[in-house]
Design a protein. Structure first.
Lengths: 407, 353, 292
């Protein structure tokens, strides 16, 4: 046994020091965009152009990251959130995302908005192996970890919502003659597909009218009148707030009272029902996965109060009835969770690993009971919705949480 | 007191050949050689850029060239032939979809899709030009506008979905550099686009300088006089429509290959407006101006956005207004005025006029 | 048959919106001889101003009146400040200036008032007219006001000296100057009137379509189509054209099998172009005869 003399200690010193420093160095792994004090992440959204009504979504995210930084960042690093306008045109999205990845060197792109826009960068992101995290669209195609391992969705997809409506209708009104109003683009057609798939063989006999509209149309009055004239008794209204409100009001005006199913896109009390006339919206059915910021039900809810405080401090002039601010806040919170879970291993690969590793994760504005869950084979974080009925003043949720994931 | 024809030209903001130096005089030879040297220098610079710039800038410049080509198509119709069109987004879209369908559904290599796109668009443009003969000005604007509106609707049309991919769009694969050249895909696409651009621009320049070109411009300046002089205005007008559509269609085809994706709503009326803006900023009736137009259309919205994301539209509008105020005849018109002032300084040799 | 009648009526009521806008479009065309792309955005911005005044507590008619006056003044200012300096520029450059104005107005409205839809009050109420479900009191009121404006404009242009001076200035500026008409101010007046009419149109349209920054783009395009169909030289024709566009589009959407559902706007425009083939200056337009 060697005596513990100064010489032996000094001889052992280098090896002790090496052993002591190894773990700390192995923990910190950085991909482009990361330093000890900063993480750069990118985003695109429609700040201008005909889809500018969705600009609240990226704006909420910008504000959220400002709040995060004010609170000290994530694991000691500030977030540099770079958000560009793509005017909802795919060629511009490609340009902006390439700028983010190749010029700004971001670690990941968080919640780019829109289906055609995300479709345009889908291959690029997966080729370059850059995370396309929690895309802000409900298209069904993002849940495909086998072929597109770098892309992950977030919200319940439109087809599952369509199927849920189909299930509800077949239960409540088996003799239904259905008319569906949809926007003539990707998300609208996804709803129609989901509804028809959910009805199965009965789709042909039950769905009598599929009426579309373009965002440049002034009104949808003629579609509503046409449905009434055709004796439709179930109206599936998947329109955006402006047209959903017009439809609700026109239906009331002409005295048409079908079973009126509203999609989650157009069910905000403040943004859709109030302009349409609250009395006209009585007995409307819809599905929810986030809290409606204008619904008095959530007045004293803790999550809701967190969001309101956030809005009051960081977006004081914003119109809280715009549900885009809720969506943006939730998306950013999800990304924050993933970054938190990464710890010091801030590589793109680990980002996707953590994104596929969400267990019962919630954000303040999710409905109570709804949780985000992912796994390496399940890239659809939110699957559940809850049905609600409008009583003339607020939405009354009923029934269980329904899972309608379509893969 | 300017001659009446010059006044008309000024009002139309159109390119007129500068007072030609007497053929054979040293001034003429010097003008021509100077011109050629400038073009050669520009081509050399263009050739060198991708070797030193990063991929993203190369990609952006490729897009600039695509837009410049599309604007050239519009220029041929509106600038040189006086037929106003709001519908060129449709031709761009037809070209883009021709390429996308041929490449993704039928596996045809990308270079063959360009002449195909051109041919399809020529046919569509020519056929559209026929009824357009009866329409002038605002009424022609409406007809072309109808075309621009129709295109996304047709592309989204359900029964055609197996062809067009419907609202989901079509993905186009990026072509690889041929013959194992030591450049990457972005650089290859840049050179390919540059080559196509040079060929098409040269073609347009030749067309404009030829008898056909003069006939086309005569129809713009004074259709009745042109007809009186025996020019078959109907034929030339429809041919110009076809050629103009061909140019913009090939630009669309290139655009599809560069962006690697096509979707119906990208080819809407607002794209036509962008082309119009690019045309005016570059200079109506100026071929090199189209490049300036392309640069403007791509980069100025980015500049506006970097000033303020929320008010980007306001900044963009203000920039547009400033440019129009300072250069009402576009960059080309402005350049012409500047050169004219510079050249007016006394020279030792007598000038021809 | 019943469905046909219903859709015709529905088309007329949407057509009222287009007719209103078409009137404003023709008004500016008569003043400056080309199309103002920013007309719709000006109307939208005016309507937002009215909405803001109402939010601040002013009664409807006071807000209405103030908005019309403010819009008139704004129209005159836009002409003097923006378009006077470039009035000799090529037409295409002026069109780009309109596009710039469009961009500025649209973006500022979005920034100031957000993109959520807002309901705009109507003095006519929304109850069904004569018990029919298909046309309500507001729409009837809209038709009434549009026709009323049309009548006033007719009287103004045909029966007053100022109206005559404006027509002269637009038709032949050189000669008008020679007889002492201040052409510049006539153009400014035309702009002001067009802006005011646009504001009224906006305030009539907003209760139907809901107020938001992008509400006018579609309306402007349809109004333009209606004005061209009716004839840009005839305000009455433009109004008729607006109604026609509404009806055609509705009928195309309802009755043309297979294509009608998704392509109704395309079909409507094709029909309009077909009409223009036969009557190149619009149905009621006057053929301009130029001396060679």
């Amino acid at each position: 046994m060697t005596r513990l003399t100064r010489r032996t200690i000094l001889a052992a010193a280098p090896s002790i020091l090496t052993v002591a420093s190894l773990p700390a160095r192995a923990d910190k792994k950085y991909d482009p965009g990361v330093t000890d004090t900063e993480i750069k992440i990118g985003n695109t959204g429609p700040y201008s152009g005909p889809a500018s009504s969705y600009s609240a979504v990226p704006k909420a995210q910008v504000a959220f990251w400002k709040m995060m930084n004010d609170q000290g960042g994530i694991n000691g690093r500030k977030i540099n959130f770079i958000s560009y306008d793509d005017a909802y045109t795919p060629p511009k999205t490609v340009e902006q995302v390439r700028r983010l990845v190749e010029q700004d060197n971001v670690l990941l792109v968080a919640s780019p908005l829109g289906t055609p826009t995300n479709s345009a960068i889908w291959h690029y992101m997966n080729q370059k192996k850059v995370p396309q995290l929690f895309v802000a669209t409900g298209a069904t195609k993002w849940d495909d970890p086998k072929n597109y391992p770098w892309t992950i969705g977030w919200q319940p997809n439109y087809q599952s919502e369509g199927r849920i409506y189909a299930a509800y209708i077949t239960k409540e009104k088996p003799d239904a003659k259905i008319g569906i109003l949809y926007q003539n683009d990707d998300f609208g057609k996804d709803y129609v597909k989901g509804l028809k798939d959910g009805l199965g063989d009965k789709a042909k006999s039950m769905v009598a009218i599929e009426a579309s509209y373009e965002t440049t149309d002034p009104t949808v009055d003629s579609q509503v009148i046409g449905m009434n004239g055709a004796g439709i008794n179930v109206f599936v209204n998947t329109a955006i707030p402006k047209f959903a409100a017009q439809a609700i009001r026109k239906a009331a005006e002409i005295g048409w009272k079908p079973l009126h199913v509203l999609s989650s896109i157009g069910n905000s009390v403040g943004a859709t029902l109030k302009p349409a006339g609250l009395e006209n919206a009585k007995d409307l059915i819809s599905d929810f996965y986030v809290k409606d910021a204008t619904d008095p039900t959530w007045k004293d809810d803790a999550g809701f109060k967190t969001w309101v405080a956030f809005m009051d401090k960081y977006l004081p002039d914003a119109d809280k009835t715009d549900s885009g601010y809720v969506a943006g806040h939730s998306l950013a919170a999800a990304t924050a969770q993933v970054l938190k879970q990464c710890g010091d291993e801030l590589t793109r690969e680990n980002v996707m690993k953590q994104a596929a590793n969400l267990h019962d994760f919630t954000v303040p504005m999710l409905l109570p009971g709804i949780k985000a869950n992912t796994s390496p084979t399940d890239f659809a974080p939110l699957k559940q919705v809850q049905m609600g009925k409008f009583d003339g003043a607020q939405w009354r949720l009923f029934g269980p949480l329904i899972a309608g994931a379509v893969t | 007191m300017t001659a009446p024809s010059d006044e008309v030209a000024a009002k139309e903001g159109v390119a007129r050949a500068p007072a030609p130096a007497r053929a054979g005089s040293s001034a003429a030879v010097r003008d021509d050689r100077g011109h050629r040297l400038a073009i050669l220098a520009a081509v050399i610079v263009a050739f060198l850029i991708p070797l030193f710039a990063r991929d993203f800038l190369t990609f952006q410049l490729t897009q600039v060239m695509v837009y410049a080509l599309a604007i050239l198509g519009l220029n041929l119709l509106t600038g040189f032939n006086g037929q106003f069109s709001l519908g060129h987004s449709a031709f761009y879209g037809i070209g883009a979809y021709t390429t996308a369908i041929m490449m993704s559904r039928w596996g045809i290599p990308y270079f063959w899709t360009l002449p195909a796109a051109g041919a399809v668009c020529f046919a569509v443009g020519f056929l559209f030009g026929l009824p357009a003969l009866r329409l002038q000005g605002l009424y022609l604007a409406l007809a072309t506008f109808a075309l621009a509106i129709a295109m996304p609707q047709i592309l989204k049309f359900q029964p055609l979905e197996s062809f067009t991919g419907g609202v989901q769009g079509l993905v186009v694969d990026q072509p690889d550099p041929p013959f194992g050249l030591p450049i990457d895909a972005d650089q290859w696409l840049y050179y390919f686009t540059l080559a196509v651009l040079l060929v098409m621009f040269a073609g347009a320049a030749n067309l404009v300088r030829s008898r056909t070109g003069r006939a086309i411009m005569a129809i713009r300046d004074n259709p009745i006089a042109a007809a009186a002089m025996g020019i078959n205005t109907a034929l030339y007008k429809t041919l110009t429509f076809g050629v103009s559509a061909l140019y913009t269609g090939i630009a669309g085809a290139l655009g599809a290959i560069v962006v690697q994706f096509v979707a119906p709503d990208s080819f809407n009326f607002l794209l036509s407006i962008s082309f119009l803006v690019g045309l005016v900023i570059g200079g109506v009736g100026s071929i090199p101006g189209c490049l300036v137009g392309g640069l403007f259309v791509l980069f100025v919205p980015n500049i506006a956005e970097s000033v303020s994301t929320g008010l980007a539209g306001v900044i963009y509008g203000v920039i547009l207004l400033i440019v129009i105020f300072v250069m009402p005849a576009g960059t080309a018109g402005f350049a012409r005025i500047v050169f004219a002032r510079l050249l007016r300084s006394p020279k030792p040799e007598g000038r021809s006029r | 048959m019943e469905l046909l009648l219903q859709q015709v009526l529905a088309g007329l009521s949407t057509g009222t919106i287009y007719a209103c806008m078409a009137l404003a479009v023709v008004m500016i065309y008569q003043a400056i001889d080309h199309l103002n792309f920013a007309q719709g955005e000006m109307a939208m911005f005016s309507t937002f101003i009215a909405w803001q005044l109402i939010q601040w507590g002013l009664p409807y008619w006071v807000a209405f009146a103030i908005t019309v006056v403010v819009s008139f003044v704004a129209g005159v200012l836009i002409d003097r400040v923006l378009f006077r300096p470039i009035q000799n520029a090529p037409i295409l450059s002026q069109i780009v200036a309109f596009i710039a104005l469009f961009s500025i107005l649209n973006s500022s409205a979005g920034q100031i008032w957000d993109f959520t839809i807002k309901s705009f009050p109507t003095p006519f109420g929304h109850t069904a007219l004569f018990g029919s479900a298909l046309i309500d009191t507001h729409e009837a009121g809209m038709i009434g006001v549009t026709l009323g404006m049309l009548g006033l404009l007719y009287l103004f242009f045909r029966r007053t000296r100022l109206g005559l001076a404006m027509r002269a200035a637009a038709a032949n500026p050189e000669s008008a100057r020679l007889v002492g008409i201040r052409v510049g101010w006539m153009t400014a007046l035309g702009w002001g009137m067009a802006a005011a009419i646009g504001a009224v149109a906006g305030m009539l349209i907003a209760p139907v379509v809901f107020l938001e920054p992008n509400m006018m783009l579609g309306v402007l395009l349809y109004g333009f189509a209606g004005a061209v169909l009716g004839g840009m030289t005839s305000p009455g024709g433009a109004v008729a054209g607006g109604f026609a566009v509404g009806v055609i589009e509705n009928l195309a959407g309802t009755f043309i099998p297979y294509f009608g559902r998704e392509l109704k706007l395309t079909i409507a425009l094709i029909l309009i172009v077909a009409v223009l083939m036969v009557r190149p200056s619009g149905i009621f337009g006057r053929q301009a005869v130029t001396r060679v």
